[in-house]
Design a protein around this ligand. Structure first.
Ligand SMILES: [Zn+2]
Length: 249
């Protein structure tokens, strides 16, 4: 969907139920910046198709908002087509971790016959692991041609989380710093990381964006932006009070 003159979101890409995952792209005069690549090669091909058509002839670049596989699963598709993939240097994932992710996906399949057939292999067919080849270790400005994207370090959900801000159009892509409707996943860290996450939310809030594309769930606009941030803040505050993630038994 088009969010503003140069900003787009690709929402509702397949992910482990009940989750869908979002991606997006920002179209400058000479460069199109893709934000996240989906969980698998099918998602990547969809994002790539839309991003390529938005302004044919543009150079494609990719940025990963974090290290989890639902955001980087399509990296290889873009790397194979010559696109540089930018990401936090902490995005270091192994083949073993990727195989474990596929096994976990298979365990989440509700139907026993499909589980026994290992249908997770269909979800991940043709998908291979590719890490970012361009590190982003500090806040960075990308010039896409008459359009700037400010990439900010926003750790907390993971140490690798990045946020892309398009000031000229008041659009923010914040990955899993916020998820809309879903309970956020706090299981990668504990109190120190949750406090860091709250700092990152403050930073995102100060951008005063008109539109926020969360990592998962519907795009937030206008007054929904504040509600989105407040909700995640509330879950983090409760976890800090109790000392436990809501999804960790
Ligand atoms: Zn995610």
């Amino acid at each position: 969907m088009q969010l503003s003159e140069h900003c787009w979101a690709v929402t509702g890409l397949a992910c482990t139920p009940p989750w869908t995952v979002n991606a997006g792209f920002i179209v400058g005069r000479h460069t199109t910046l893709v934000v996240d690549t989906g969980a698998n090669v099918l998602a990547a091909a969809t994002i790539h198709g839309y991003a390529s058509l938005a302004r044919p002839g543009n150079r494609l670049r990719v940025i990963d908002t974090e290290k989890h596989f639902d955001h980087i699963g399509g990296n290889a598709w873009f790397r194979e087509r010559g696109a540089d993939v930018f990401g936090h240097p902490g995005i270091v994932r192994t083949e073993e971790e990727f195989r474990a992710e596929i096994a976990e996906y298979n365990r989440a399949i509700p139907d026993a016959a499909r589980r026994a057939l290992g249908e997770a292999a269909v979800f991940y067919a043709g998908t291979s692991l590719a890490l970012p080849n361009q590190p982003v270790a500090a806040d960075t400005v990308f010039d896409l041609g008459d359009l700037e994207v400010h990439v900010l370090l926003t750790p907390g959900h993971t140490p690798t989380n990045l946020t892309a801000h398009v000031p000229a159009e008041s659009v923010v892509y914040c990955g899993d710093c916020t998820v809309n409707g879903y309970l956020p996943n706090l299981d990668c860290g504990a109190a120190p990381e949750w406090r860091q996450w709250l700092d990152s939310l403050d930073r995102i809030e100060r951008l005063a964006a008109a539109v926020v594309v969360p990592g998962h769930g519907p795009v937030a606009r206008g007054s929904e932006v504040r509600e989105l941030i407040e909700r995640v803040r509330g879950v983090l505050g409760e976890a800090l009070r109790t000392g436990a993630s809501p999804t960790q038994p």
